[in-house]
Structures are given as structure tokens and as C-alpha cells.
Design a protein around this ligand. Structure first.
Ligand code: AP5
Ligand code: MG
Length: 219
């Protein structure tokens, strides 16, 4: 059965980590707005040039650019049987745009919105210790989820690096931006009856099991 899922939560909550696991289990594409922006930055595309300063400063990229990028990605054939969105939507305007896109492309709405919540102090520790893969955006942590070989991605063998926006000062600003601009999404999806609250303070494996069981997927 096709399933469209939106993962929400503050920066560093584990959206990317859980999206890797859940999308693989459900055999649906993992669409991370942050990963797509970083690919565009690396490839120096027009979109990358427009988005660069927003990412570097931990600000949200303007809605028009972000929405157009996600519309294009969701319209590709691999999304016809479902998709897992990670990091989009991030404002209620983006959520309303997603409802229109889903209606136009697939004549339906998203099925479920797991909301991963984590204590603020843990978020900072998670982001400042994060290692990210250059090729596919896979994520590891120097303590909580180290790669099998130091500095090398388990999934595709590419080099791991520290994200430019994972410096403590930028991390703190991103958390502020989240509470200011993204937190209202929680009420939006609660009112729509789609929100599933997930305690993200547990281990990576426990959080995955909780998400899959809340989606009624046995593993
Ligand atoms: P984006 O890349 O989406 O960053 P983010 O939302 O700030 O989220 P993160 O990727 O930092 O955290 P995550 O929740 O994915 O955590 P992860 O799994 O890596 O966005 C970056 C930028 O792009 C934004 O600032 C903005 O400029 C722009 N952008 C993106 N989307 C946009 C949009 N829709 N609109 C406008 N602008 C947009 O985990 C973090 C670390 O913790 C890892 O090291 C991991 O190994 C570890 N970890 C994970 N789970 C656990 C656990 N349970 N226990 C212990 N450690 C754990
Ligand atoms: Mg992420």
C-alpha cells in the first residue's frame, strides 16, 4: 500500500537517521530537503547559489524556492507508491502547499506525521558530534552511532565530514528558528488528526521500533 509520511522534529532530533531506516523498511524514497539543498550547494547550481547564505546562517530558505524544489522531486516516478519527507514542510505555508501538491499529483493527502521530540541539550550534543556522508547525506555520530570504519560511510563508502551549520552557534540559532517558525506545524498536523508523538530521547533502535509500530508496520 502506498504510504506518504512526513517526519517532523527539531534540528538534530534524528529525522535523517530514522528516515534512512523507515524508508528502507517501507521501500519508499527518502526525500530530505536539507540533503537536496546541500547537493545543490556542492554542485553550484542556481538553486544552490540562492540557498547558500540561508543554510550557512541556519535560516530557512524562502518558501517559493523550497516548495518548487519539493514539487519537482515528488513528481518523479519513484514517488508514485509513497515517499518519506524529512525536513519539509517546515512552516504552515509549506504544509498548505504540500496539501495542494499531493492533491494535484496523487489525489490524496499525507497519511501520517511522526513528530520526534528530544530535549534541547541533547539536540546540541547530537548535532555537534554528527558526521555526514558527502555522497548520500547519510548520518552518523562520533559517540552514539559511529561508522564501522572511521571517517567512511557504511552505506556508500564515501567520506564523512562535519556540516558547516553544525557549529554550536549556528546549531543554537537553528533551534531558535525551529521554535519560532516550525513548531506551529505540530498543532497544524494535530488538528488534521495526522500527528504521532514519538519520544526521540531513546536509542536509535527503540525510536525506529516506536515509529514503525505507530505506523502499524511489524518488522
Ligand atoms: P536539514 O538538513 O533538514 O537540517 P535540520 O532540520 O536542522 O535537521 P538535521 O538534519 O540537523 O537533524 P535531523 O533531525 O535530521 O537529525 P539526524 O538524524 O541527522 O536542513 C538544513 C538547512 O536547510 C536548514 O537550516 C535550512 O536552511 C534549509 N532547509 C531545509 N529544509 C527546509 C525547508 N523545508 N524550508 C526552508 N529551509 C529548509 O541526527 C542528528 C545526530 O544525532 C546524528 O549524529 C545522529 O547519529 C544522532 N542521533 C540520531 N538519533 C539518535 C538517538 N536516538 N540517540 C543518540 N543519537 C542520535
Ligand atoms: Mg537531517
Amino acid at each position: 500500500m502506498a504510504m506518504y509520511i512526513v517526519l517532523v522534529g527539531p534540528p538534530g532530533a534524528g529525522k535523517g537517521t530514522q528516515a534512512q531506516i523507515v524508508s528502507e523498511t517501507l521501500c519508499i524514497p527518502h526525500i530530505s530537503s536539507g540533503v537536496i539543498f546541500r547537493e545543490n550547494l556542492d554542485n553550484q547550481t542556481e538553486l544552490g547559489k540562492l540557498a547558500r547564505s540561508f543554510l550557512e546562517h541556519g535560516e530557512l530558505v524562502p518558501d517559493d524556492l523550497t516548495i518548487a524544489m519539493i514539487r519537482e522531486r515528488l513528481s518523479r516516478p519513484d514517488c508514485k507508491d509513497g515517499a518519506l519527507l524529512d525536513g519539509f514542510p517546515r512552516t504552515t505555508d509549506q504544509a498548505e502547499a504540500l496539501a495542494v501538491i499531493m492533491n494535484e499529483l496523487y489525489d490524496r493527502q499525507v497519511d501520517a506525521v511522526p513528530f520526534i521530540h528530544v530535549h534541547v541539550n541533547a539536540l546540541i550534543e547530537r548535532m555537534t558530534g554528527r558526521l555526514t556522508c558527502k555522497a548520500g547525506g547519510h548520518v552518523f555520530h562520533e559517540k552514539h552511532n559511529p561508522p564501522k570504519l572511521a571517517g567512511i560511510c557504511d552505506y556508500d563508502g564515501s567520506e564523512l565530514y562535519q556540516r558547516e551549520d553544525d557549529k554550536e552557534e549556528t546549531v543554537r540559532h537553528r533551534i531558535h528558528v525551529y521554535f519560532d517558525q516550525t513548531a506551529p506545524l505540530i498543532e497544524y498536523y494535530k488538528d488534521a488528526g495526522k500527528l504521532i508523538e514519538i519520544d526521540g530521547n531513546k536509542s536509535i533502535e527503540e525510536v525506529s521500533a516506536d515509529i514503525l509500530s505507530a505506523l502499524n508496520i511489524g518488522v
